[in-house]
Design a protein around this ligand. Structure first.
Ligand code: NAD
Ligand code: NA
Length: 396
């Protein structure tokens, strides 16, 4: 069958197995070309199939020869339907890890559930013994709470007052005004339950209770701060409250891991096109301006460049881990550079449907968006019959 992109709003309903494989191979090549990192040997990545989590798994495996267990929630291929991209990515990752002689197993299910935590515990016990690094990279709109059974939904709303600003439909390039009504307390609470630190903490508790954390174990969750133009809807909105909670959880985890000299950190990452960020209003316009400026300055990075730098220059450089005054690791340093941000502030006001073609990097945005689903890669014959990739037995 020939697989073409089928867009529905902020998602693509199809994914290309060969393109996803190419995406994974490109990231592996990038990590290998940057040399070995004296990093962790046994790594658990929660949210390992796309975006920053996939880049983390690839960096650990191909930068530090780590054994990896990846947890994610993806759709396998079924009759007449492609798998979700994260499923193909993970299948490709396991194949490449296997070729390189690296241990790699995956658990496909709801990371918020007790069952998936138990499966992971069993796998660590039987295969790896203990874990040196846990990456927590979930991005989900919903969480069923394992104790109450309640299904919580996160929202992307401002707090306190109505927010109105520009946004772009990256498919059409149409710049328009978006208005979002403020959250009620329930929206804030739900978003914190879904995207805050409670589940991260539960994972660490569960692993520690079974003595599966090695001496000096480190755990990292990913956060975002961003610019003034998105502040009302992002960092000072409902999702920002969840990120505040996540960042506070890092300190609690460090406290809990004192007896094994373990540490919990948050790393603040750069704005990038992922399935999660494409759904946030205003962010696509910001990203298209940001990409244009960062590419012109020669400082643009994707997920793999970000995470390779996180490992090589922050976590495992041999020096103490540098943090900001709030204890956070910063790899959004280039995005947040004063010159970059002041140019964005300037261009923001000038952005219209007509001018964005020149001012922004909509083409780069679209390219990255297609790439998420395995489309738009050089060297892939998209007109060819895309036979399903060999099924990897450990991914259900
Ligand atoms: P993503 O959508 O690419 O990845 C999300 C991952 O979570 C996938 O592996 C998915 O399978 C997994 N997942 C979702 N729900 C799950 C569930 N119930 N059980 C198991 N796995 C589940 O997102 P991303 O952009 O890489 O985001 C990862 C983290 O990085 C988030 O905390 C996000 O806020 C943060 N971050 C993102 C950006 C950005 O611009 N994209 C910037 C800074 C920080
Ligand atoms: Na991820």
């Amino acid at each position: 069958m020939i697989i073409e992109p089928r867009m529905r709003g902020f998602i693509c309903l199809t994914a290309h197995p060969k393109g996803c494989e190419q995406n994974v191979k490109n990231q592996i090549e990038y990590v290998k070309s940057n040399g070995k990192i004296n990093g962790p040997k046994r790594v658990l990545v929660i949210g390992a199939s796309t975006g920053f989590g996939l880049a983390s798994r690839i960096t650990a495996a191909f930068g530090s020869d780590a054994s990896t267990i990846g947890v994610f929630f993806e759709k396998p291929p079924s009759e007449g339907k492609t798998a979700s991209p994260g499923w193909y990515n993970s299948a490709a990752f396991e194949i490449e890890a296997g070729k390189a002689g690296l241990y790699a197993k995956s658990i496909n299910g709801d990371a918020f559930s007790n069952e998936v935590k138990q499966q992971t515990i069993d796998m660590i016990k039987s295969d790896l013994g203990q874990i040196d690094l846990i990456i927590y990279s979930l991005a989900s709109p919903v969480r069923q709470h394992p104790v109450s059974g309640v299904l919580h939904r996160s929202t992307l709303k401002p707090i306190g007052s109505t927010f109105s600003n520009k946004t772009v439909d990256f498919h059409t390039g149409n710049v328009s005004q978006v208005t979002i009504e403020p959250a009620v307390q329930e929206d804030i609470d739900n978003t914190v339950v879904v995207m805050g630190g409670e589940d991260w903490s539960m994972w660490i508790d569960a692993l520690k209770a079974e003595d599966l954390l090695a001496e000096g174990a480190t755990t990292i969750a990913y956060s975002y701060i961003g610019p003034e133009v998105t502040e009302a809807v992002y960092r000072k909105g409902t999702i920002g409250r969840a990120k505040d909670h996540l960042e506070a959880t890092a300190f609690e985890i460090t406290e809990k891991l004192k007896d094994i000299n373990g540490k919990g950190y948050v790393s603040v990452n750069k704005a990038l096109v992922t399935q999660a960020s494409s759904a946030i209003p205003v962010i696509p316009l910001y990203i298209s301006l940001l990409y244009k400026i960062m590419k012109a300055e020669g400082i643009h990075e994707g997920c793999i460049e970000q995470i390779q730098r996180l490992f090589a220059e922050r976590l495992y450089s041999g020096n103490p881990i540098p943090t900001d005054e709030q204890g956070r690791i910063r790899i959004d340093d280039l995005e947040m550079r004063t010159d970059v941000q002041s140019t964005i502030g300037q261009l923001w006001g000038e952005s219209t449907t007509e001018s964005l073609v020149q001012l922004g990097d909509l083409a780069g945005y679209k390219q990255d968006f297609l790439n998420l689903f395995g489309f738009g890669f050089d060297g892939i014959d998209y007109q060819a019959d895309a036979n399903e990739m060999v099924m990897v037995p450990s991914i259900k």
